[in-house]
Write a protein that binds this ligand. Structure first.
Ligand SMILES: [Zn+2]
Length: 286
């Protein structure tokens, strides 16, 4: 997997102290897809709300603008053009009958291909998907990826609905680490939607043993690991999607991540690992 995915196994290092002017509050805003822009000589802080279906801006200043640009060079999704990246991704998906669609302007594939901002997204998606077993791309429940725009209101950043992985504007214009996590989480939903019934019920039984937030694994992205644990603990499907993400980004470290858990939970995690190893056709990830 690409470095940005493998880094998900560790804490998300703060840039406060190394980026001039960055405070904890500003970093939280930037990680959550807020930005500082300059329009007609005026500065504004804000951005997408509800995944991109609306936006809100408040007055800001030039110092915050510089701080945002400096933060973005390290943690943000760079605005670059990559028609090559788009073509490569589209070919890979096309070979498996998966569509790539423009969420901002449905039907207008060429403007997505020529986008000055989405090149990084195409390249990251290509590198992630290339590392998955071919069987995951032949899953009949996974037929489309939508880049930009938004989707169901219940989700705020990304969603899986109607056999489609939907990456909202929120996901494709904020932090690169969050994009990496969300992509694999939604691919996890595609996988669980197509999962064999027997496998699913084995996992459901194991989930009952580990579903307490203290015996779940949470990686730092979007908000933080404790938030990711809270997200999974009552909803089996979210646990499956998140475990897919954890397995594909740093699966070999699961054993060490659960080493302090009580015996029953450790045992359940060992079984969960071996079921996911089957799901990934014996591929393992460091
Ligand atoms: Zn989910």
């Amino acid at each position: 997997m690409p470095d940005i995915v493998r880094e998900l196994s560790g804490p998300w290092p703060s840039l406060v102290g190394s980026v001039e002017g960055l405070t904890d509050d500003l970093e939280r805003e930037f990680r959550f897809c807020q930005s500082v822009i300059r329009i007609e000589g005026q500065y504004r802080l804000g951005g997408n709300l509800k995944g991109g279906s609306s936006a809100m801006w408040v007055p800001s200043d030039e110092d915050a603008y510089r701080t945002y640009l400096a933060w973005k060079t390290v943690d943000g999704i760079p605005a670059i053009r990559s028609t090559q990246g788009y073509d490569r991704l589209r070919r890979l998906l096309g070979r498996n009958g998966i569509e790539l669609v423009n969420g901002m302007s449905p039907g207008d594939d060429e403007s997505l291909r020529q986008s000055e901002r989405r090149g990084y997204v195409f390249e990251l998606l290509f590198s992630i998907i290339s590392c998955l077993p071919p069987s995951h791309l032949r899953n009949p429940m996974f037929r489309k990826i939508q880049i930009g725009g938004w989707g169901p209101d219940a989700a705020k950043a990304s969603a899986f609905e109607g056999k489609t992985v939907i990456l909202y504007d929120f996901a494709v214009s904020g932090a690169r680490r969050t994009l990496a996590g969300l992509v694999l989480h939604e691919l996890g939903h595609a996988c669980e939607a197509g999962m064999q019934v027997i496998r699913r019920s084995r996992l459901e039984k194991l989930f009952r043993t580990v579903s307490n937030p203290e015996t779940l694994i949470g990686l730092d992205f979007l908000l933080d690991g404790s938030n990711r644990r809270a997200y999974q603990h009552r909803v089996f499907e979210e646990f499956l999607a998140e475990t897919y993400l954890i397995y594909a980004s740093c699966g070999r470290r699961i054993h060490e991540m659960v080493s302090g858990f009580p015996d029953a939970a450790r045992g359940a995690w060992a079984e969960i690992y071996s079921i996911f190893r089957e799901i990934f056709d014996c591929r393992e990830y460091d």
